[in-house]
Ligand binder design. Structure first.
Ligand code: FE2
Length: 212
């Protein structure tokens, strides 16, 4: 959950994981931080964006992420697809793409331009995840804090793809739900953000092509 604040510059207001069978889903609601400019949708850099995401992994290497980004009453709907499979013992092939829903009344040219802008903004956010993956190392027994979420259950879910089918156990595939109350973290983060705003510190996720 904290990943969204530190990596994607969002304040999470709702966060839940559901694992069931071979599907692992993450539900997220949030808003953009007042000290950050996000490029997920067209519009002024300092606009407040309300965000919703439903991201599900179907197996260990294929994810579909439905994204709703809303600013000033306008919602942009995006689908991000992400696929990564191992090609050597320490590297993987990454393929991803995004589609953006056309607004009614928009010409094909306008829709193409908007989709390109949105995909660039979403892509920039996704590349921050990739940067983390590049620097990740496995730790078998991580020291976790309360808000880290069900890391060990996620590993039980993941384990089903590393054993023969007859060795898959119910603890790997049973429905498991975990919701984190974000209110206490948000309280602390709002103070941090307000401090940054007061100090004139801000973060930009606006793609280079849209900066003036
Ligand atoms: Fe991420």
């Amino acid at each position: 959950m904290a990943h969204f604040f530190y990596v994607h510059y969002a304040l999470p207001t709702y966060f839940k994981n559901i694992f069931e069978g071979h599907v692992a889903t993450q539900y997220f609601d949030g808003t953009s931080r007042d000290d950050a400019h996000l490029g997920m949708i067209p519009g002024p850099a300092d606009q407040k964006i309300d965000q919703r995401s439903e991201a599900a992994y179907y197996g260990p290497s294929y994810m579909i992420d439905y994204l709703w980004n809303e600013a000033e009453g306008v919602t942009v709907e995006t689908v991000l697809i992400n696929c990564h499979y191992p090609i050597t013992s320490n590297s993987f092939m990454l393929q991803w793409g995004a589609i953006v829903k056309k607004f009614p009344g928009m010409s094909d040219e306008e829709a193409d331009a908007m989709a390109a802008q949105v995909a660039e903004g979403v892509g920039l956010g996704f590349m921050q995840d990739v940067e983390i993956w590049k620097n990740k190392a496995p730790i078998d027994n991580p020291l976790l804090c309360d808000q880290d979420g069900p890391v060990y259950q996620l590993r039980r879910w993941y384990e089903q793809f590393y054993v023969d089918v007859e060795d898959v156990t119910p603890e790997m595939t049973n429905r498991f739900e975990f919701e984190i109350d974000t209110s206490r973290a948000v309280e602390t983060w709002e103070r941090e953000v307000a401090g940054n705003v007061a100090d004139g510190v801000s973060f930009s996720m606006i793609p280079a092509s849209r900066r003036t």
